[in-house]
Design a protein around this ligand. Structure first.
Ligand code: DC
Length: 224
């Protein structure tokens, strides 16, 4: 069976950067699970659905069709025939994605999608519940964390770099702390440290140091 590396943690903890670099280094496809919850949210917003209406969101979950295509070292997602790009990274999607992703029907659909991606090759999957729920049997489970200030600073810089910044660093911090709260307290698959996961606090570490720590903790020999 193809191998899975699970990287969980809150927003801005460095998951995406580390998962991408790790994928490049090891030849594993990078899978961004948060982007799938964001696509679900975009679909709800486009359909005029109230994202706090659990029943309406649950009814939508099965209707959303996404294609998965290995591309440039990652699994790319096609929604309505194209990659959604920054349309899933707007403040509107940021504000609605936590209520959408706490709906069990949404989680069941996204979990099924993620498990099916293992067929595409070895994968490094970033998210909130990858080591605890989606792939609990993988021996490569990591939990990245950082202080709220460091996480807000990184997220804000990332948005500035992409030219999509619409909020100050303080507003970014408030938004991500709000999401953390819902993500960690929801009933289904809350953000938590998976049993046995290697915990890395990246607040004071460089990207290279985090990467080296992850590499040093990967299983050795044959594993799956
Ligand atoms: O990683 P991100 O910020 O793009 O994730 C967006 C939201 O999706 C996050 O607030 C919680 C949710 N999410 C989740 O519930 N489970 C995952 N495995 C990944 C993301």
């Amino acid at each position: 069976m193809n191998r899975v590396i699970a990287i969980d943690g809150p927003s801005g903890s460095g998951k995406s950067t580390i998962a991408r670099l790790l994928g490049q280094k090891l030849g594993f496809l990078h899978v961004d699970s948060g982007a799938l919850y964001r696509i679900m949210t975009l679909a709800a917003l486009k359909g005029g659905i109230d994202c706090n209406d659990e029943k309406a969101v649950a009814a939508l979950a099965d209707e959303v069709k996404v294609e998965f295509v290995p591309k440039d070292g990652k699994v790319a997602y096609l929604f309505e025939g194209e990659e959604p790009g920054d349309a899933i990274r707007t403040p509107e999607v940021n504000a609605a994605v936590s209520p959408v992703s706490k709906v069990p029907e949404v989680r069941a659909v996204v979990t099924g999608w993620l498990r099916s991606m293992r067929e595409l090759g070895d994968i490094v999957v970033e998210g909130r519940d990858i080591g605890s729920v989606v792939f609990p049997d993988t021996p490569a489970r990591f939990y990245l964390d950082a202080s709220p200030e460091a996480r807000a600073r990184r997220r804000h810089l990332e948005e500035v770099g992409k030219g999509i910044a619409k909020q100050t660093e303080e507003e970014v911090k408030a938004s991500l702390l709000g999401r953390d709260k819902i993500d960690s307290s929801r009933k289904t698959a809350p953000l938590k440290i998976a049993d046995g996961a290697v915990v890395i606090d990246s607040t004071e570490l460089t990207i290279d140091e985090v990467l080296a720590t992850v590499l040093a903790h990967l299983p050795t020999g044959e594993w799956e």
